[in-house]
Design a protein around this ligand. Structure first.
Ligand SMILES: *Cc1c(COP(=O)(O)O)cnc(C)c1O
Length: 494
């Protein structure tokens, strides 16, 4: 990463790279004297003395890394309306709880009797998620939303095979779906068939009726849809699929819109996954670890990926263990999923309770609709109706006047606002997908609306301001593709 010492920035912040701060002999650490005998290296040629390492004091290291951390936008410093990622405020106490020694310092290979509390936590989280979704069979094993999808589709295949209905090899997926859906389906060995969306952003029910047949293994529906919409024909849709003998898979990555309001199981959904690293107190857009539990109706629980936490007995005599369901599709990874994310989710759910969870979703929905209402006279909407937890705008009107969605996203950075998700979903031209989340104040939403309106003014009055944006950040317009494909990781150019 090069930050570039030549970049000017307000104030006198020391922006030198760590290597440029190096002074021979400076040290950032003190180690206690070694109390074990010095060992000879088996092969001294493995030692090199020509490696340049920065020699700096502890304070210099702290300043340098603190500065680096401030160069990024973050939810702790900026409004972060990155659609579909649910970059909301996650209470710090959930991190603290997940870091309690009894949870953080245990080992996955410890005998179950020494980690009863941890397994109980997993069991109770399974039960809570089952209650929230109305799908009581739960495995916390998947390490991402996409892995939850993959597991869910393997479960669908196992179910059909057990019924000697193995010719069902097609997954029907709407054209508006999240990209992971068709990818997971083909990894699970299914053939992907696309169903159209109508002009309101709903599944084209007549098209679905034509496609659903004796080859349908599963229909995958994102709820709410990738346009942030509730599917009004959901009951008809699940009936069409069930009548054809298929299973309904709901991509419930964005449960933030549904908590305490709708249970997927009540809608006729058979299998779903949920992203704990969106809704349940771990951020998604931060790029960290994930957890995508897979949830199924009761009779499909026998196929869940192992392990599943179980409870035997009642009251003080109850014990907890991790087990493999009878006809499990097998393990998905080494152990039992992302335990510390599960611990955060558990703390979050228990602290909020069902009333609190419902108000999370209600406020997320109100916030998104507030923004939509505040901008719809200036920006086109992907669908002109009430949205759920996010709204998809289209910058087509601005594009005709010479400014693209990307330009607008870059200009937002000048106002300290993280860019929305751009150019997604693919079926919307110049898409700007905005998810304010429940944790932002009305003042922040008003500020965002005012900024977006001002940018729309600037499209005519000062387009160069938008084209050159961002103006006040350490780097401006990046070649993002090359940055990702050929990252420059040297500290200096030569
Ligand atoms: C985020 C998301 C996913 C994928 O989740 P990952 O954890 O990134 O694999 C799938 N579907 C939808 C609708 C999502 O928003």
């Amino acid at each position: 990463m090069t930050i570039g010492p030549d970049i000017e920035r307000a104030g006198d912040i020391d922006r030198r790279l760590l290597m440029d701060r190096s002074v021979a002999g400076r040290r950032a650490f003190t180690l206690p004297e070694s109390d074990v005998p010095v060992q000879e290296l088996p092969d001294p040629s493995l030692l090199r003395d020509d490696i340049e390492l920065p020699e700096v004091s502890q304070l210099e290291v702290i300043r340098y890394f603190s500065l680096l951390s401030q160069l990024n936008f973050s939810i702790d410093t900026n409004f972060y309306p990155l659609g579909s990622c649910t970059m909301k405020y996650n209470p710090k106490i959930n991190d603290e709880l997940a870091n309690l020694p009894g949870l953080a310092d245990i080992h996955p290979l410890q005998p179950a009797e020494t980690v009863q509390g941890a397994i109980r936590l997993l069991k109770e989280l399974q039960d809570d998620l089952g209650e929230i979704t109305g799908l009581p069979g739960v495995s916390l094993a998947p390490l991402a939303g996409a892995q939850g999808e993959y597991a869910g589709l393997l479960i669908a295949r196992a179910y059909h095979q057990a019924r000697h209905d193995a010719e069902r090899t097609v997954a029907i997926i709407p054209d508006s779906a999240h990209g992971t859906n068709p990818a997971s389906a083909s990894m699970a060995g299914l053939e992907v068939v696309t169903v159209r969306s109508d002009d309101q952003g709903n599944v084209d029910v007549e098209n679905l009726r034509e496609l659903a047949d004796s080859r349908t293994a599963a229909f995958m529906l994102t709820i709410p849809s990738t346009l942030g919409l509730f599917e009004p024909n959901i009951l008809e849709i699940t009936k069409i699929i069930h009548d054809a003998g298929g299973l309904v898979y709901a991509d419930g990555a964005n449960l933030n819109a549904l908590l305490g309001l709708v249970k997927l199981g009540d809608l006729g959904v058979d299998i779903c996954h949920s992203n704990l690293h969106k809704t349940f107190s771990t951020p998604h857009g931060g790029g960290g670890p994930g957890s995508g539990p897979v949830l199924v109706r009761a009779d499909l629980a026998r196929y869940l990926p192992e392990p599943v936490a179980e409870k035997t007995g009642d009251g003080p005599d109850s014990t907890y263990r991790l087990a493999a369901p009878a006809d499990s599709i097998g393990p998905l990874n080494g152990f039992h999923g992302s335990f510390s994310i599960a611990a955060r989710a558990y703390a979050y759910i228990r602290a909020l309770g069902i009333e609190g969870l419902r108000s999370v979703s209600e406020n997320a929905i109100i916030g998104a609709n507030y923004i939509q209402a505040g901008l719809k006279d200036r920006y086109d909407l992907a669908a002109d109706r009430y949205c759920m937890h996010e709204t998809v705008l289209s910058a087509t009107r601005q594009k005709k006047r010479g400014v693209s969605g990307l330009d607008i996203a870059k200009r937002l950075l000048d106002f300290g606002i993280h860019a929305p998700t751009m150019y997604f979903p693919l079926i919307v031209e110049e898409a700007l997908m905005i998810e304010p989340t429940e944790s932002e104040s009305k003042e922040t939403l008003d500020h965002f609306i005012a900024v977006m309106r001002q940018i729309d003014d600037e499209v005519d009055s000062a387009p160069e301001l938008i084209h050159d944006a961002p103006h006040d950040l350490p780097v401006t317009r990046l070649d993002e593709a090359t940055a990702a494909r050929r990252p420059v990781l040297r500290w200096s150019a030569e």
